[in-house]
Ligand binder design. Structure first.
Ligand SMILES: Nc1ncnc2c1ncn2[C@@H]1O[C@H](COP(=O)(O)OP(=O)(O)OP(=O)(O)O)[C@@H](O)[C@H]1O
Ligand SMILES: [Mg+2]
Length: 307
C-alpha cells in the first residue's frame, strides 16, 4: 500500500483557488520535491496533507486512512515554512515539549530531544531562549521538532530556504540520511535543491500539477536537441529578420528570441543544422555563433516559472 495517497485535492480561499484537483501517490521511502514558484500552492498542499487545513474537496489517505482518523503527531513530522515558537522557551524545552505531544514519556522525550538537537547542530544553543535565535537557528529547531518522534512521513515546507550555504549543506546531508527510512515530501522553489536530495519531482503552477515523475525520467524527457544561433546586427536588419523567420521551419518545435540570439528546440539536429547552415551561407548571414546542444530540465522549469 502506498504511504500517502492524494486524490483530486482542492482548496479554495473565497473565490481564489489555491490548489486545484491534484492527485499523486507517494510510496514508502525516498524523497519527493513539491517544486513550484511563489504562490503555486505548495504550502497550502502541505498544510492539507499535515491535517492542519481542511480541503475544499478531495481526499488525503495515509496508509489508507484519513488524516482525521490517525494520530498524526505520531506518524507525521511537519516543518512549517515560517515556524513560530514561544520565544521564552529554550530550544531544548521546546523540542522536549514537541516530543511529549507524540506520547513519549518525559525521560524518553529528553533523551530524544538531546539526540536530535545534536543532529541539527543546535546542542550548544539548546539552553538559550529561542527569542535570541537567528532565522537559520529557528529553521533547525523547526526541523528538530519535526524529527524528534521518528515519523515515517516527513512534510517539510522549504527546509533550506532560510539557511546560509553551510547550514544548507548540513540539512541536505541530514535529509540524505533520513530518506533511507522515511518518506519525505519537501517543498522548494529551487530546482537545484530538488535535484540534489530528491528522486521524484511534482511540479506545481497556479495550484495544478504541470509535471511529475522521477528525476531520471523528466531529465530524459526534457533533453531535446537545441540550436543556439547568434547573428551580428546589420544596418538593414536582414539578419534579424532571417533569424526571426526560422521559427516557421517544420523541424522547429520551440522558438525563443533573446536579443540577437535565437534558441531553437528542433526535432532533428542533423536536418536543422544542414538546412540552416546552408541558408546562412547562401545568404551570407553574419553568423556570430552556431551551437548544437540540448535543453535541460532547468530550461523547462524556467519556462514554467516564467510563463
Ligand atoms: N489563508 C489564505 N487566505 C487566502 N489566500 C491564501 C491563503 N493562503 C494561501 N492563499 C493563496 O493561495 C495561493 C497559494 O499560496 P501558497 O502559500 O500555498 O503558495 P506557495 O507555493 O507556498 O508559495 P511560496 O513559494 O511563496 O511559499 C496564493 O495565491 C495565496 O495568495
Ligand atoms: Mg509556501
Amino acid at each position: 500500500m502506498s504511504r500517502l495517497s492524494v486524490t483530486q485535492l482542492s482548496k479554495k480561499f473565497g473565490t481564489r483557488t489555491a490548489v486545484k484537483e491534484i492527485s499523486f501517490e507517494l510510496e514508502e521511502g525516498g524523497c519527493t520535491a513539491l517544486l513550484g514558484p511563489n504562490g503555486a500552492g505548495k504550502t497550502t498542499t502541505l498544510r492539507m496533507l499535515a491535517g492542519l487545513l481542511s480541503p475544499t474537496s478531495g481526499s488525503v489517505l495515509i496508509n489508507g486512512k484519513e488524516t482525521s482518523e490517525i494520530s498524526w503527531r505520531n506518524q507525521i513530522g511537519y516543518l512549517p515554512q515560517h515556524p513560530s515558537f514561544y520565544g521564552w522557551m529554550t530550544g531544548k524545552e521546546y523540542v522536549v515539549y514537541a516530543a511529549g505531544l507524540s506520547g513519549m514519556t518525559g525521560k524518553q522525550a529528553v533523551a530524544e530531544a538531546e539526540l536530535i538537537l545534536e543532529r541539527v547542530g543546535l546542542s550548544e544553543a539548546s539552553r538559550r531562549r529561542i527569542s535570541g535565535y537567528s532565522g537559520g537557528m529557528k529553521q533547525r529547531l523547526g526541523l528538530a521538532q519535526a524529527l524528534v518522534h521518528h515519523p515515517r512521513l516527513l512534510l517539510l515546507d522549504e527546509p533550506v530556504s532560510a539557511l546560509d550555504p553551510l547550514g544548507r549543506r548540513e540539512v541536505m546531508d541530514l535529509l540524505q540520511q533520513l530518506r533511507q527510512g522515511t518518506t519525505i515530501l519537501l517543498s522548494t522553489h529551487v530546482l537545484h535543491d530538488a535535484e540534489e536530495v530528491c528522486d521524484r519531482i511534482i511540479m506545481l503552477r497556479s495550484g495544478e500539477i504541470v509535471e511529475h515523475g522521477s528525476l531520471a525520467e523528466l531529465s530524459a524527457k526534457y533533453r531535446q536537441p537545441l540550436l543556439t544561433i547568434q547573428v551580428e546586427s546589420d544596418p538593414k536588419g536582414q539578419a534579424a529578420a532571417w533569424l526571426h523567420s526560422l521559427q516557421d521551419r517544420s523541424f522547429v518545435r520551440d522558438f525563443e528570441l533573446r536579443g540577437d540570439t535565437a534558441l531553437l528546440t528542433v526535432s532533428d539536429m542533423g536536418i536543422a543544422r544542414e538546412v540552416i547552415l546552408k541558408e546562412a551561407g547562401s545568404r551570407t548571414m553574419p553568423l556570430l555563433r552556431f551551437e548544437a546542444g540540448a535543453t535541460s530540465l532547468e530550461d523547462m522549469f524556467m519556462k514554467v516559472v516564467g510563463s
